[in-house]
Design a protein around this ligand. Structure first.
Ligand code: SF4
Length: 483
């Protein structure tokens, strides 16, 4: 699969694995989630035997153990390993029914992608060529329509779909690619592959730290909001940095605002437009941010897979422009559904009047609307909060305030880096929403009291910084209209 994405990546993985980029916390969380879902899906096929050898990396032992289990008449094998012509495939579940073998591969996703089909096609090729005919091969994915009621119903949670027809169509391609990949690995020389869109598709390559070393600072890739195709077209035409891009380019007006701003190395401020935005905001001010987590397997009653479950909020509050800054927060206890207690606390802390500033309102509004659906007794209060929400991102999104360090992106981190550089997330253990999500999910099963306290402190620190950043960004807007 790696060789399909890029032969150089396959070669580096085989011979220079030490060059691999460090796995991010987000990637680790995705892998861990995949493993957990895989283990849970095994329960769809009871009483299986695991073919994983004592030493996990001993692939040959896994293949031998699988063969031994098959010859002993075992009918459900987890992590069944097969090898053919030096290609190894480890299948999640192998099942024998009515004297026929069925292969199942588990994905923690809700959709079947082409990459999954090709992955299954490779497994089918290895398993059948190693001498085991398969009556069928299926992918098991998560059914995001499943609503948990009582105990987990695995037959509802998982969706099983045969992909044999597609897999058979891909067999000639798989055979050809295996042949090509073997040539890559057998070659003494590293393949010469330039950086390109393939570095991101289907996965972000983990050798970017090596291949992208030569990309200069302020490169064209720092312009966000433009398609990768356009960026690579520029780069390959020789426009390596933003300063190299000619004035008569065909990029969007937004991208050109960024390019001009970098070239002039100065901010663009439309004071009138910012004034108009500030006129809509009325004190007392609430700066609000939610954290949610999205368990693949619904943990609580009446929730669905990957549903956003709010578990934390931070609120900074200013009675008036001159008043001191106050802070309120909520972080749910782990182990039970936090939605109702989250809502009750939030309604209490945002009572009264005044604007509620949120940076990018989409998630907060979705969470509030979903809570309104499920707790209709709070509908009018939630409506009140929704009506008071103002999106602090708007002046930046509309580029009425633009700084070159924002790199054509209006993420709060880029904004903070540009406008309030002394405030930063870099020293925090939890430094992004997705890490916070993983941390809270980890809390659900954590038993070490010290670790629980540590994670909860880190979550508090992170969410508080989110709203403090909003306060500082808002003050910056107030300051520019006063200049
Ligand atoms: S970073 Fe790009 S060019 Fe380098 S190995 Fe990965 S996919 Fe290939």
């Amino acid at each position: 699969m790696r060789g399909l994405q890029c032969p150089k990546s396959l070669y580096l993985y085989k011979y220079h694995i030490q060059l691999r980029d460090k796995q991010s916390a987000e990637q680790t969380a995705i892998f861990n989630r995949g493993n957990k879902v895989g283990i849970l899906a095994q329960r769809l096929f009871a009483d299986g035997v695991d073919a994983t050898p004592a030493k996990r990396s001993n692939n040959l032992a896994a293949v031998e153990k699988t063969q031994q289990l098959i010859s002993e008449g075992v009918e459900v094998i987890y992590e069944a390993a097969f090898q053919h012509e030096q290609v190894l495939a480890i299948l999640d579940v192998l099942v024998k029914r009515d004297n026929h073998w069925y292969a199942y591969e588990v994905k923690s996703s809700t959709k079947i992608s082409n990459t999954y089909i090709i992955d299954a096609a490779l497994q089918y090729w290895v398993i059948t060529h190693s001498g085991l005919p398969l009556a069928d091969i299926s992918l098991i994915t998560i059914n995001n329509q499943y609503l948990r009621k009582g105990e987990l119903d695995l037959n509802q949670l998982f969706a099983i779909k045969s992909v044999k027809t597609e897999v058979l169509k891909h067999q000639p391609m798989v055979e050809e690619k295996i042949f090509q990949s073997k040539l890559v690995v057998a070659n003494a020389e590293q393949p010469k592959v330039a950086i390109g869109e393939h570095c991101f598709s289907p996965y972000t390559c983990d050798f970017m730290g090596t291949c992208w070393k030569g990309v200069p600072k302020n490169s064209v890739f720092e312009i966000s909001g433009i398609s990768k195709t356009e960026l690579f077209a520029l780069y390959n035409e020789g426009y390596k940095t933003i300063n190299d891009i000619p004035a008569n380019n065909s990029l969007s007006a937004n991208a050109n605002k960024h390019i001009q701003s970098v070239k002039n190395d100065k901010e663009r401020i439309d004071t009138e437009a910012i004034k108009k935005f500030l006129d809509k905001v009325s004190y007392p001010l609430f700066f609000m941010d939610f954290e949610t987590f999205m368990p693949a397997v619904p943990l609580f009653e009446a929730t669905k897979p990957y549903q956003h479950i709010p578990f934390q909020y931070s609120l900074h509050y200013k009675q008036s422009k001159e008043a001191p800054l106050e802070h309120f927060s909520f972080l749910a206890e782990q182990g039970f559904n936090p939605r109702k207690v989250f809502l009750e606390n939030l309604m209490k802390d945002t009572e009264g009047e005044g604007s509620i500033l949120v940076y990018d309102t989409l998630m907060e509004k979705n969470v509030l609307n979903s809570l309104k659906n499920d707790f209709p007794e709070y509908a009018s209060k939630i409506e009140n909060r929704l009506a008071r929400i103002i999106d602090l991102m708007v002046p930046f999104q509309e580029k009425t305030y633009y700084h070159p360090a924002m790199k054509n992106s209006f993420s709060i981190k880029n904004l903070l880096h540009a406008l309030v550089p002394d405030l930063s997330y870099t020293s925090l253990s939890i430094s992004s929403g997705s890490i916070a999500m993983t941390a809270f999910e980890q809390l659900q099963t954590e038993t070490d009291l010290f670790r629980i306290i540590e994670i909860r402190d880190q979550l508090h620190e992170y969410c508080k910084l989110d709203t403090l950043s909003m306060v500082k960004i808002f003050e910056k807007l107030e300051e520019v209209v006063m200049r």
